[in-house]
Write a protein that binds this ligand. Structure first.
Ligand SMILES: C[S@@+](CC[C@H](N)C(=O)[O-])C[C@H]1O[C@@H](n2cnc3c(N)ncnc32)[C@H](O)[C@@H]1O
Length: 266
């Protein structure tokens, strides 16, 4: 590919917006949704923004930015999407030079958003019990690392239960500025995490059902944390109506999870 396209990976965008992530390797291989192709032959001499033809599909070559990475990511466990990741990042005040712990890594949906905002000065620690989930999450993070180059945080994957790993990692990394828990059961992790949260730091829980939200709230209070905010985000997308004007698009108006944010004040 020509200059400006030295990314290791590119995104190929179908006209309707579907994204395929393609590794720029010399070997002929099967790319899901596109068939068997040789990326070097296909994309040799093609610049970012240009169109390539694969079978009957016309695809635009784009760089791998966060939205393309998320759209084209490999998935195993259920992921946290931009809607909820964005709230976590702003309400927890996460930025460069922070040390952030997340559990579980799963497919790395949240980790991709955290890595983007932490950048090169930050440190991200991901904990995951299941190796097969971690493999998928790490593959997605690896793509991001290649695509973003040095603008990527120091990243550590810890395999094991978060309650044990949080203790072990705290001795190595010092305290945490932010902790985000996306687990079936938050209470033991909140108890284990709160001593290692820096003063002023925050913990967040992602709770698909309201019983998890209630348990997380109570556990934060028992651990001496101050619950700052709990709730859910609903977004309603609008589009162009066929007969003119704009209106909410047809489609699900769905629930993802209840979110809780608590701060360590003392
Ligand atoms: C819903 S997924 C996380 C998805 C991830 N946040 C994302 O956005 O892609 C929950 C993950 O937590 C892991 N998990 C469950 N219990 C755990 C524990 N006690 N410690 C660490 N990870 C755990 C599961 O294996 C699973 O991969």
């Amino acid at each position: 590919m020509h200059e400006g396209t030295d990314f290791g990976f590119v995104a190929l965008r179908e006209p309707e917006g579907r994204i395929h992530i393609v590794e720029l390797c010399e070997e002929t291989r099967k790319v899901k949704g596109l068939g068997v192709l040789n990326p070097t032959t296909l994309l040799g001499g093609v610049n970012i923004g240009q169109t390539v033809q694969i079978g009957s599909k016309e695809l635009v070559v784009l760089p791998l930015r966060l939205p393309e990475l998320v759209q084209g990511m490999k998935r195993r466990a259920q992921t946290i999407s931009a809607k909820d990741a964005g709230l976590f990042i702003t309400k927890l005040g996460i930025g460069g030079a922070d040390t952030v712990l997340e559990a579980g890594l799963g497919s790395g949906g949240l980790a991709l958003h955290l890595a983007r905002v932490l950048g090169r000065a930050g440190c991200l620690i991901s904990v995951e019990t299941r190796e097969e989930h971690a493999e998928v999450g790490m593959e997605n993070l690896q793509r991001a690392h290649i695509a973003w180059g040095e603008d990527f945080p120091e990243h550590h994957l810890l395999i094991g239960d978060v309650c044990e790993q949080i203790e072990i990692a705290a001795t190595e990394f010092g305290g945490y500025d932010a902790i985000i828990l996306d687990l079936p059961e938050h209470s033991p992790a909140i108890e284990a995490a709160s001593p290692h949260l820096n003063i002023g730091g925050r913990i967040a829980c992602y709770c698909p059902v309201s019983s998890q939200l209630e348990a997380a709230w109570e556990s934060c209070e028992s651990a001496g944390l101050t619950v700052e905010w709990a709730g859910e985000l609903m977004i309603r997308e609008w589009g162009k109506a066929t007969r003119g004007g704009m209106r909410p698009v047809n489609g699900p108006f769905g629930h993802t999870a209840f979110l809780l944010v608590a701060q360590k004040i003392q």
